[in-house]
Design a protein around this ligand. Structure first.
Ligand code: ADP
Ligand code: ASP
Ligand code: MG
Length: 605
């Protein structure tokens, strides 16, 4: 007999008929001899309706009252599902987050789970009852029972956390699609179903906009080794397994917040090539990286910062042994990348920097926690280490620094995050493993981001720590951090521009906050662009495979889509494009990587 946690999303319990269908499935699982815990979301679009009601009353509703309101949706569906189960002769009991002792931080509307007391659930399971638990909610204190919610889409998180706490044999997420597809079928109906995906890949996809699984749920699955499968509640299809490493000895105390970083990596044999003043027009990145791929040069990180006038800077890193070859390619192509719009800028300038190192912090637990990256930057700053490039992903934050400072950097990071051992030369090792995997497993579109840029911040240790420390203090999650390659000296101090993307909902308030900081610290203007879209490709097989970036850029170039920003991590490449071109960009990239199939997915109404 197995213990199974099943989670049903809003669309799966959107009507009386749907609740009855879910009850059938649950009771069948129980009748087969399993202990079943069910986590449900609010019916259909109930939560959206409640949010709208709140905003009809108040333009800025208090977050505590929002939690009181939004948590009611799930209470309706648990009661109805229990009734439906009893109608089928299956004994069941519905319980709220408070009743099963889901304790969280006191951060209303985005609380993280600290712990779950399992005794009551276990008692009811022994009585052969199906336990139906309200997803998305918890309580901040066991005494005052202050209701909190986990953030939109949070029922996935509740389900996986409960599965981890109960040591369930698996957690099944039931939704309105047959599993995890190569992209959102609502935008690309030719998207294809995957039979499995790694946790790291899913973490990236989920946080880059694939809403099918909440990224925090994937974090918990990875950290606690919970076998996780996404399936349709309409069919019997097998769905998609999210493969997690085996369960280790991780403690359940402070479930979602303990140890966000569980590893440090360092690669001190890298070199950086920057091309300054390349034209800001469609096709440039495609040409550059097309030529680089043609010469079989494997690039690691790529960044393209925001444009200045009508030109861009693009920088990338390679392993030291192939620097000469990469340099030759870059130098050969630079004269071709002339800026026709402003001939006076001349041809692109190639800048080489040898002896750089990439140090990274690794772990699942950084999503939505800007404080973790800020802590890394602060530790480096305290050690006097200057950060040249930053690459962020959901499982890793990497900083490119001077190779001479590598040991010092690793030492302070080990201390800051309490990590014992450090992995060396990781890029090369991973390349061997990844050669067996398809380079791209999925693509995603995120239309909920905005871009902020701060002009002319001082290029010296501590700047990133200051900027991202401030953002962390205001709980603003940052993605795609890019510093410009061009350096401007003002009053004898070298300065650069720094740009990053943040959730659109936080855009104006964050701009205002940074404008005040800019006055204090002598930074330049703080520029906001809300009309952006971010398209990304994800795949564990792209490490060590030349030409993946080139293919993505070429697909965009063919449709004359201009790339405004580029960032990469080991297993993803993201481009910022104009908001109006986001959907088109997603479609052409999906096609370019051969992810489209003949089967067309129809999502139940
Ligand atoms: P639920 O209510 O069950 O939690 P969601 O609406 O949160 O369901 O998530 C399911 C939706 O996620 C699908 O209807 C689909 O439009 C969207 N989606 C986005 N990206 C993907 C993807 N890569 N694979 C599957 N579905 C995706
Ligand atoms: N009902 C909540 C929401 O709509 C939680 C969830 O469905 O996962 O966000
Ligand atoms: Mg959902």
């Amino acid at each position: 007999m197995a213990l199974i946690v099943q989670k049903y999303g809003g669309s799966s319990v959107g009507s009386v008929e749907r609740i009855q269908a879910v009850a059938q499935r649950v009771s069948k699982t129980a009748k087969a001899g399993n202990s079943v815990v069910v986590v449900v979301s609010a019916m259909g679009k109930t939560t959206d309706g409640l949010v709208k009601l709140a905003h009809d009353i108040s333009s800025k509703p208090c977050r505590r009252e929002m939690d009181m309101l939004l948590s009611t949706g799930e209470q309706v569906s648990i009661a109805l599902l229990s009734m439906a189960l009893k109608e089928l002769g299956q004994d069941a009991i519905s319980l709220t987050g408070a009743q099963v002792g889901i304790t969280t931080e006191s951060e209303h509307t985005r609380a993280r789970i600290l712990g779950i007391t399992t005794q009551r659930i276990e008692r009811h399971l022994k009585e052969e009852k199906v336990v139906v638990i309200a997803g998305f909610q918890g309580v901040a204190s066991r005494e005052e029972l202050e209701i909190t919610t986990l953030g939109r889409g949070g029922s996935d998180t509740s389900a996986v956390a409960i599965a981890a706490a109960l040591w369930a044999s698996c957690c099944e997420i039931y939704t309105d699609v047959p599993g995890i597809l190569t992209t959102d079928p609502r935008i690309v109906p030719q998207a294809q179903l995957m039979d499995k995906i790694t946790c790291d890949e899913m973490l990236e996809l989920a946080s880059l906009g694939a809403k099918v699984l909440h990224p925090r749920a994937v974090e918990i699955a990875r950290n606690y080794g919970v076998p996780l499968v996404v399936r349709s509640s309409w069919t019997e299809q097998a769905g998609t397994w999210v493969t997690a490493p085996e369960r280790g000895g991780r403690s359940l105390i402070n479930l979602e917040i303990a140890r966000p970083v569980d590893g440090i990596e360092c690669d001190d044999s890298q070199a950086k090539i920057a091309l300054l003043r390349v034209p800001d027009s469609p096709g440039i990145a495609a040409r550059l990286f097309g030529e680089i791929a043609h010469q079989e040069v494997d690039v690691d990180l790529i960044i393209q910062s925001i444009h200045e006038g009508n030109s861009n800077d693009i920088a990338f890193t390679v392993m030291t042994p192939i620097l000469k070859k990469a340099e030759a390619v870059a130098s050969a192509i630079a004269p071709v990348l002339r800026n026709d719009q402003s001939p006076e800028t001349g041809e692109a300038e190639v800048m080489i920097q040898e002896n750089i190192a990439k140090v990274s912090i690794v772990g699942a637990g950084m999503i939505g926690r800007p404080g973790v990256a800020a802590q890394m930057f602060a530790a480096l700053s305290e050690a006097g280490v200057n950060i040249q490039m930053i690459s962020t992903s959901e499982v890793k934050v990497s900083c490119v620094i001077n190779a001479a400072e590598c040991n010092k950097a690793v030492e302070v990071l080990q201390k800051a995050f309490e990590i014992d051992n450090v992995k060396d030369n990781i890029t090369q090792n991973k390349a061997k493993v990844s050669a067996l995997l398809p380079p791209v497993c999925g693509v995603a579109l995120d239309m909920k981001q905005s871009r902020l840029a701060i002009r002319r911040v001082q290029d010296r240790p501590g700047t990133a720590a200051k900027v991202f420390g401030l953002l962390a203090k205001h709980n603003v999650s940052v993605d795609m951090i890019i510093q410009s390659q061009r350096c401007r000296v003002i009053d004898n101090i070298p300065t650069r521009d720094i740009a990053f993307t943040i959730p659109r909902a936080d855009a104006e308030a964050t701009q205002k906050m940074l404008q005040n900081a800019a006055k204090e610290y002598g930074w330049g203007e703080v520029v906001l662009d809300k009309a952006i879209a971010k398209v990304s490709i994800v795949g564990a097989g792209m490490v060590g495979q030349p030409g993946i970036a080139a293919k993505m850029f070429a697909a965009l170039a063919e449709c004359r889509i201009n790339i405004q920003m580029i960032t990469t991590s080991e297993i993803k490449i993201s481009c910022v494009v104009d908001e109006n071109q986001g959907k088109k960009a997603l479609q052409v990239i999906h096609e370019a990587f051969g992810l489209s199939g003949d089967e067309i997915f129809v999502i139940p109404a």
